[in-house]
Design a protein around this ligand. Structure first.
Ligand code: NAP
Length: 438
């Protein structure tokens, strides 16, 4: 008879309380062949009612003391935060040769490498399936399901808040500000939404996925990041007309100049799997070399969804399975380096407000041609006397939408700088990168 696996759990909030519920069920013990018991817990407030049965567990005030307690085999960190006590507690557990499970993407994006080295040195597991895309088993898929494949590209919708806002903007023709307010009211967005809507949350998750897929050192600071706050209903309407949808994607792609890692609003063809993903749902598309892309879709957040991944990680430890945290020996991970965005190659959507005077169109065409940029389509809208589109009028700037064939970021930026200097457009051009199906 195998002894039960004894778990110490730090954090009893949204995810932690759901882990307590899920571990109590029959499935985990049946599948891992071993009983799993939570024997000790901690959180900030000992007296808080969390709606779960914690009888039979010890309360240990200090998360670091809990992490190295001799009575536990596994330490589960669900407090969050990129610093202490989460970092100190995980470090203490690994040094005490206890396997660790965490959902803490912020901590992993910053200290993942050092913690992975510590886990390896001590011969224990550091599992973090829940840190990226909630219930979607993307880390296991990349690390184990594709153990023999090289990857060409990984991209995904990794932030439910942004996808919710873009979906509402597209379907109900609302502004970014209106949708953000609703997302906050419904609890999908924080009071300070910057971290989500400006793409930093997606970047932390992408850094983890890129490391596993491409064998690079996890480094979210090297990622090019652009958020969704500048997206206007006009962009979503134009995308729709041209056969695209706009999604905030995290993209890691193998290029001749290295692994390009970027987060930005992206136009994706309407017939792609990722374009079908609406609302708070997450998705990741895996382009493994030699096989057609595979897209995993599912809930990226929420108590039970996230707990499902945490409990699966605990199940692996119960089975005695230990895989290198980033899928290969930590000292073999290479430096990814900052992607030179100027070298990025792809199609572009450009929305300009062209000044309505003779020669404007010719000037824009010349500046694009000088940079060898060819256009796949041009849409010019005239604002009619009733404010509707398409009826020609002479007054005011005219919105012009250009879709380019594959070119470089450098060429597009140079062409737009020249157009601005020529004073044939009003305001800043809008620029959205296009990610095609392979
Ligand atoms: P949460 O609801 O805020 O819960 C955090 C828990 O940690 C609370 O029980 C809190 O105690 C405890 N805690 C916080 N600081 C502590 C400290 N200094 N010492 C001891 N306990 C402390 O957070 P959550 O949503 O469950 O998230 C937990 C982790 O999962 C985070 O790393 C998060 O990024 C990750 N995650 C969450 C989701 C999600 O959908 N929520 C999805 C994916 C990943 P009190 O309850 O006493 O205040």
């Amino acid at each position: 008879m195998v002894a039960p696996l004894k778990v110490g759990l730090a954090g009893l909030g949204t995810v932690g309380a759901s882990v307590v519920r899920l571990i109590g069920g029959e499935q985990l013990a049946a599948r891992s062949g071993r009983k799993v018991e939570i024997v000790a817990v901690t959180a900030r407030n000992k007296g808080k009612d969390r709606g779960v049965d914690l009888s039979g567990t010890r309360w240990i005030d200090d998360p670091v003391a809990l992490a190295s307690d001799p009575g536990i085999d596994v330490f589960v960190e669900l407090m969050g935060g990129e610093g202490d006590p989460a970092k100190a507690a995980i470090g203490a557990a690994l040094k005490a040769k206890k396997s660790v499970v965490t959902a803490n993407k912020a901590l992993l994006a910053k200290h993942g490498l050092a913690l992975a080295e510590l886990a390896e040195r001590n011969g224990v597991a550091l599992n973090f399936e829940a840190a990226v895309a909630g219930a979607i088993p993307i880390i296991k898929t990349l690390r184990e399901g594709f153990a023999g494949n090289s990857f060409a590209r990984i991209y995904g919708i990794l932030n439910g808040t942004c996808n919710y806002i873009l979906t509402r903007m597209e379907q109900e023709k609302l502004s970014f500000a209106e949708c953000l307010k609703d997302a906050q009211r419904l609890g999908y967005a924080e009071a300070d939404p910057t971290f989500d809507v400006e793409g930093y949350d997606t970047a932390q998750k992408l850094a983890i996925l890129a490391s596993i897929a491409f064998g690079t050192r996890v480094d979210s600071d090297s990622i090019y990041v652009e958020g969704i706050s500048s997206i206007a209903p006009a962009d979503l309407a134009a995308a729709d007309e041209l056969g695209y949808r706009i999604k905030l994607l995290g993209v890691a792609v193998k290029t001749e100049s290295g692994i390009e890692q970027r987060v930005h609003p992206t136009m994706v063809p309407k017939d792609s799997a990722i374009a079908q993903v609406m609302g708070v749902t997450n998705a990741v598309t895996v382009d493994a070399e030699g096989i057609a892309p595979i897209t995993l879709v599912g809930p990226g957040a929420g108590g039970l969804a996230t707990a499902s991944a945490v409990v699966a990680d605990i199940g692996d430890i119960a089975r005695g399975l230990r895989v290198a945290p980033f899928g290969r020996a930590t000292d073999s991970l290479t430096v990814a380096g900052k992607a030179p965005m100027q070298l990025h190659e792809g199609g572009y959507y450009i929305r300009l407000l062209a000044v309505d005077k003779p020669g404007t169109a010719a000037t824009i065409a010349t500046r694009l041609a000088e940079q060898d940029i060819s256009l796949e389509s041009i849409v010019q809208r005239h604002i009619g006397p009733q404010g509707g589109s398409d009826a020609k009028t002479a007054a005011g700037p005219v919105p012009v939408i250009l879709i380019t064939y594959a070119t470089t970021e450098d060429a597009v930026r140079r062409a737009l700088d020249a157009v601005k200097a020529d004073r044939v457009i009003s305001g800043e051009p809008q620029l959205i990168r296009i990610e095609k199906n392979r």
